[in-house]
Each structure stands twice: as C-alpha cells, then as structure tokens.
Design a protein. Structure first.
Length: 429
C-alpha cells in the first residue's frame, strides 16, 4: 500500500520520479508490474492556524505560521524550526514521517516526536519507496542511494540515476554509464544484475492480454521505435523527458492482435486508444484498427495506423499521427535470459495467498504440474496468508538449479509441488 500524503505547500523538485504507464495488479516471476494510485489532500491557505492544520492518523499536524510550516502534536509544537515545505506521510509498517524542505535541502522528521530522522542535507527524498522495498531513496551530491526508515545508510551502492520501483521490488539503475536491474526484498538489496539489451514496453502483462483468434501471420514479432533501438537509448531518452517510461515504445504483433505502447512517447499528441488493437497483416504491411470496429479487417473505414513492410523486416508508418516515429525495428525473437519458474501471479483484493494467472508453456512450473487457477498457500513451508505480492514473488525467486516448494490449493485438493528454478530465454515481449 502506498502512503497517504498530506501536502501543505507547492512542491519544488522534491521527488525525482518519472510518470508511469498504467500497471496491473499482477506479478510475473519474469516480469512483474502492478497498478497503484496515490491520493493527496491539500490544506487550505488561511491565516487561521487551525484552518491550515493537516492532521494524519497519528494526530500530528502541520501548521503554517508566517509563511513557514511547523509540526504539532495534540496542539503542542514539536520543533522550533520553520520549514519551507512540510508533509506528513503515514505507512502501514513504518513510523509516520514528516518530509520537509529547508531552502533547497530535504530531510525527514519523526511525525510523532519531531526528532530529525534524516538530516536536511539531500537534494531529494523519495519516501514512497519505503512501502515498496522498505528503504527510502535519496539523492546527494548528484548520486542516488538508499537509507533505512530510521535514517541509517542501507548497504547498497550509489547510482547516477534510478527508475521507478515495481511491485516485485525491481528497478532499473545506471552507474558509470552501465544499466543494472536491482532486486530488493525485506529492506535489503538482494541482487544487482546487468540489464537486458532490450526492454520493450508492453502495458498489459501476459495473463491479462486478449488472445488472438488467428495467431499466425507473416509480421508476427516485436517492433520498437527506431530512435530507441535498445534499452540504453530508451533510458537516456527517459532521463531527458522524451519518454514517460524507461522502456522502448513497442508494437507486438500476434496474429490478428497487436499490443502497443505509444502512450509512453512524450512528444506526439496521440488520441486516446486501447493498448490492444486489431492487427490486419499481409506480406505488404500492417494495418491497426480498434478491436470494436465493425467488420474488423474488412472495414473500409480509415485505420488508426498503417505500416509498410520494408526489405530489412522493419515497419514504416505511412499513415500515422504527427510526431510518431516513422520506422519500427523488428527485435530478435529471443532477447532475454531470466531466472524463474515461469508463472504469472496475482493477489486478488481482500484475499490471501497468490492466484496463478498464467503458466509459460515448457517452463519449470508447468513441468512440475502447476496450473492456471492454482492458489499458492505456502512457499518453502511459509504461509503466504499475510504476505504481499512482492514478498511472495521474492520468496519464489532464487538462484538457478535450486528448488522451491509450493503449497498449492486446487479446488478441494491440497498439493505440495517442488519446482526447480531455471534460467530461461524468453521473447522480447
């Protein structure tokens, strides 16, 4: 759960983050994403201190006096320092914190005592990572690192830039011009691995994608915008604000269905459209239409997009909106090697455990007998009842050639399946 925030002043470059594409509440052990939104309430600007008080669940409040913000609890001031910005954030599993700004420096206070938890010496503080990975992301001297909830440094290197943490506890990071995938679990950095060469943005994970009625076609494959031929160029473009997500804009063609991520392009003003479109393939090119359009590929109405097939296998957009990249490069079919057991899981709201939404054909999970619809009730003997989705994912992950034991509930049966983790080469999408 993301923290509830109560903001009392305009933000001034306080958090370094990128806009996110929509995420769904599903974790795949190979690729995991989730959809979350946060709410903010703004206090009114009044000269009456009581009208300017923003109260958290802990009864602490922020009060404005003479253009500065002060932390109070039960009507008693907790600190004599007035801050240029002050915001209380509540968390399920951590003490409430107040994030403040003095001039251009940021720090943290204990919302109940007013004690300084993190000195006001940072260029930015990103506190929402506390709930996702158990650590707070900070920037100092133009380097990004992590601190624990009590302000102590975490055991992790510093990086030049870090992306957004997904709900499986993974995030892209750059250090000395190289990209890494960081994996966090239980407040610790568990792994730093070289990032894959390609990372096409596919908004919908496999378990939630509409399936093709006719899966074959001469243009089947994954295509990425030519200005971003690999993950590194997409990452650099994201840092410059040219992309809304550090991934490659992509068109994935699967028979008569195409999954698109044009929405991460920051430049063109594209009309609102679904992320899944009707794909009409031929040897000459590709036409994309709305899946709800009458007559489908037989329609005579103008399509949303029209691509011409080039001699090198790429697609050139001949009828597209202004600002859209005109050339889309075809990626190799196998582009990543990842360790996992090959399942996609979700955690239904107000439910316990994890629901298996998808099983990759030929993956270790399928060979061990795991099926879509199974409910994972335990992992290596630990009950999943009170675990978050990211905790479940982290426990199932591990080193190749090791085994994880899954407690499975299948209708009225209780099973225990041993699954060997394996490095698997997967398609770009």
């Amino acid at each position: 759960m993301r923290p509830t925030k109560t903001s009392n002043a305009t933000r001034h470059n306080r958090i370094e983050s990128s806009p996110k594409a929509a995420r769904t509440l599903i974790a795949a052990l190979l690729l995991a994403q989730a959809l979350f939104t946060s709410c903010a309430w703004a206090a009114s600007e009044s000269t009456d201190p009581s009208a300017n008080a923003t109260t958290s669940a802990s009864t602490s409040e922020v009060i404005q006096r003479a253009g500065k913000y002060y932390l109070y609890r039960n009507g008693t001031p907790l600190n004599a320092t007035g801050y240029d910005d002050l915001e209380i954030e509540t968390h399920d599993n951590f003490p409430d914190l107040a994030e403040g700004r003095l001039d251009s420096q940021y720090g943290l206070l204990d919302a109940k005592t007013g004690k300084v938890v993190l000195p006001f010496a940072y260029q930015s503080v990103k506190i929402d990572t506390l709930d996702s990975i158990g650590l707070i992301q900070v920037r100092k001297d133009d380097l990004v690192s992590f601190v624990q909830g009590d302000g102590r440094p975490a055991k992790s290197p510093s990086y030049d830039a870090i992306g957004d943490v997904d709900e499986s506890g993974q995030v892209l990071a750059e250090r000395d011009g190289k990209l890494f995938i960081l994996t966090f679990s239980n407040g610790q950095l568990r792994g730093e691995d070289a990032a894959p060469r390609y990372r096409p943005s596919i908004v919908l994970p496999p378990g939630l994608r509409e399936r093709a009625t006719h899966p074959n076609g001469p243009l089947n494959g994954t295509y990425v915008a030519s200005p971003y031929p690999d993950l590194k160029t997409a990452w650099d473009a994201w840092r410059k604000g040219q992309l809304l997500e550090p991934a490659q804009p992509a068109v994935v063609v699967k028979g008569d269905i195409a999954y698109v991520s044009f929405g991460i392009l920051a430049g063109p003003q594209l009309p609102a459209m679904p992320n899944t479109l009707r794909a009409c393939q031929s040897q000459q090119g590709l036409v994309l239409r709305d899946t709800s359009q009458a007559r489908g590929c037989a329609s005579t109405a103008r399509p949303l997009f029209r691509f011409q097939r080039e001699a090198d296998g790429s697609l050139r957009c001949t009828d597209c909106d202004s600002g859209m990249p005109d050339k889309w490069l075809r990626l190799p079919a196998a582009t990543q090697s990842l360790v996992g057991i090959g399942i996609g899981i979700a955690k239904p709201v107000n439910d316990t455990g994890a629901l298996v939404r998808a099983v990759i054909p030929g993956a270790p999970a399928q060979l061990a007998g795991v099926k879509p619809g199974d409910r994972i009730t335990s992992i290596d003997g630990q009950s999943t009842a009170a675990m978050s989705l990211e905790q479940i994912t982290a426990l199932i992950r591990g080193q190749p050639a090791t085994t994880v034991k899954l407690g499975i509930e299948r209708e009225t049966k209780l099973l225990e399946l041993s699954v060997e983790r394996k490095a698997m080469v997967v398609e770009a999408d």
